[in-house]
Ligand binder design. Structure first.
Ligand code: JDK
Length: 273
């Protein structure tokens, strides 16, 4: 897979040389090109921003450097025969970045990222490139970053680990918690390793029992417990059909009640407010 990143802070993308993504690059599984947008400015001050039409606070990134840069690198990739590009634009107003979208992006041969600064990029740039290729405007979460670079690192890491041969067998992602079509999208429970006793904290006995059925049940109960505490929306969203008899027992203990509609509902206890 080829990745191009266009930014005014190329050094912000240095983490792409480290760990999983860095190794995928070194192995030739990822072909990453980071570009400095200011190379496509032609004035003395390398201007990339200007004041917003209609007024208001902040500055907006100008069309011309983005257009000239993207035209050049798209021509370069087409010449190299990379395949169909897609544009990925981090923005707080984008569609949520999910595991499902990570899977979709991982199936494309070529992603071009345009992390912006200031208040974002003049709309006409996305309108122009949307006539030539898929444009994904994505948000990595409901908080406001100072720019799109950190979002590119997040998206790249989530996508790269899905590429064939990037993750070893030991860390296979077949049962990722958020994998689309997972039996139920539950959070994972806690994990433990040696030593068996640390600062007075032991390991739950069941994990030392060697009883695989009981271990699987315990893990599932812990997953239900954690999901209830941290992401009750994931339980509310589940079709009740994904829960077996033992799940239902645990859900009942956790305060969930089955609804006629085939979902679970939990009255929030006053003590949690
Ligand atoms: C790319 C610039 C900063 C700051 C306007 C937005 C409501 C108005 C942009 N998931 C996520 N969070 N943040 C980003 C992201 C921020 C970016 C850029 C991505 C480029 N910024 C910025 C303020 C605004 N403001 C919130 C009020 C827009 C992605």
């Amino acid at each position: 897979m080829r990745l191009d990143v266009v930014t005014i802070f190329p050094e912000y993308l240095e983490p792409l040389n480290v760990s999983l993504v860095g190794k995928a690059r070194a192995r030739g599984q990822l072909d990453v090109h980071v570009h400095d947008l200011r190379q496509w400015t032609y004035d003395r001050h390398n201007t990339v921003d200007d004041t917003p039409y209609g007024g208001g606070p902040g500055m907006v990134m100008k069309t011309e450097p983005w257009g000239d840069c993207l035209d050049e690198l798209l021509a370069d990739g087409y010449e190299a025969g990379v395949g169909a590009p897609a544009l990925v634009v981090p923005t707080p107003s984008g569609r949520p970045f999910t595991q499902e979208l990570a899977v979709e992006l991982s199936e494309r041969p070529w992603l071009v990222f345009t992390p912006a600064r200031y208040e974002g990029i003049d709309r006409r740039v996305m309108d122009e490139y949307a006539t030539r290729m898929p444009v994904y405007e994505v948000s990595i979460g409901d908080y406001v970053l100072a720019g799109g670079e950190a979002a590119v690192l997040v998206i790249t890491e989530a996508v790269a680990r899905l590429l064939p041969g990037v993750l070893g067998n030991a860390e296979s992602h077949r049962d990722d918690s958020f994998a689309p079509g997972a039996m139920a999208n539950l959070l994972e429970g806690p994990v433990y390793t040696k030593p068996p006793e640390w600062r007075g904290h032991g390991i739950p006995d069941v994990l030392l029992s060697g009883h695989h059925g009981k271990i699987a049940r315990w893990r599932r109960d812990e997953a239900l417990r954690r999901t209830t505490a941290n992401r009750p929306d994931l339980i509310e969203r589940c079709d009740a059909a994904v829960f077996d008899k033992k799940d239902r027992e645990m859900l009942s203990i956790l305060g969930w009640e089955p609804e006629p509609g085939g979902r679970f509902w939990r009255k929030r206890e006053a003590v949690e407010e």
